[in-house]
Design a protein around this ligand. Structure first.
Ligand SMILES: Nc1ncnc2c1ncn2[C@@H]1O[C@H](COP(=O)(O)OP(=O)(O)OP(=O)(O)O)[C@@H](O)[C@H]1O
Length: 252
């Protein structure tokens, strides 16, 4: 989508977005509307957080934007590609080549070192990692001393930083993170969020993160609020307190 989104602070190119996106589960009386006519553009080179009460549609929106699930109706764009028109094979290639993922569970291979885990998806895809880029990611994530360690020899926070480095290693167009600090203590969570922040500010990456945590959202450039499957508001560079107070008005 080549839409340019104008904000009070900058003109931002859209990295991904949705137009009139709807997602329902089930049929008849049992139908659940998870997303209700969502239109949104996500800025390139920005860190966007998606917040909202439990069941508001955050994960559903992230899954649709990342090509992990098909919408009931509407369009989803990654750059200029309308991904709602792609078949399963096209979506698989798009996820492999153009998107990075960070999940709550780190999903590292236990028999491989941190360094091997970081470049594994690229090796599987038959791509040669850009060594300079991978080195800058590893340095930014603060893992240079740990590259020869296996996941079991790393703390949870270090494992999640390996997973984050893996997500960014192929220079994806966008990184989607689903509750990336959910399994971390607050200090490890802060380290991971600091890394995502630097990846955007210093390495010009694009990150979109679902979170329940107002403090985590305060690392973002923009926070989008969902309620009952709709976007109800957004804030730019809010403090944790501003996010927390707004979430209370949503009943969360
Ligand atoms: N596979 C599914 N089948 C049926 N209903 C679903 C399915 N996935 C999600 N839903 C429903 O869609 C709505 C939105 O769910 P979603 O997981 O996107 O919310 P969320 O904001 O991410 O919630 P949470 O913060 O609790 O993870 C909820 O009412 C949920 O029960």
């Amino acid at each position: 989508m080549s839409v340019i989104t104008s904000t009070e602070s900058a003109v931002v190119t859209t990295a991904a977005g949705a137009v009139n996106l709807n997602k329902s589960y089930g049929t008849g009386d049992a139908t659940v509307t998870a997303l209700d006519n969502v239109t949104v553009g996500l800025g390139a080179g920005e860190f966007t957080a998606i917040m909202g009460p439990s069941g508001s549609g955050k994960s559903t929106l992230l899954h649709m934007l990342a090509g992990l699930d098909q919408p009931t109706s509407g369009q989803v764009f990654l750059g200029d590609t309308d991904i709602s028109t792609l078949d399963d094979k096209g979506l698989t290639l798009l996820r492999r080549d153009r998107i990075g993922f960070i999940f709550q569970s780190f999903n590292l291979l236990p028999t491989m070192t941190a360094a091997e885990n970081i470049v594994l998806p690229m090796k599987i895809a038959g791509r040669t990692p850009d060594e300079h880029w991978v080195a800058s990611i590893v340095e930014t994530v603060g893992l240079t001393e740990r590259l020869g360690h296996r996941p079991a020899q790393l703390s949870g926070g270090q494992q999640q930083r390996v997973a984050a480095a893996r997500a960014l290693a192929s220079k994806p167009q966008i990184v989607f993170a689903d509750e990336p600090t959910g399994a971390l203590d607050s200090r490890s969570g802060a380290e991971l969020l600091g890394f995502l922040r630097r990846a955007v500010t210093e390495l010009n990456q694009t990150v979109v993160m679902v979170t329940h945590d107002a403090n985590a959202a305060s690392y973002a450039d923009r926070v989008i609020f969902l309620a009952d499957g709709r976007i109800v508001d957004e804030m730019r560079r809010p403090s944790a307190d501003e996010v927390y107070d707004y979430m209370k008005t949503l009943g969360a």
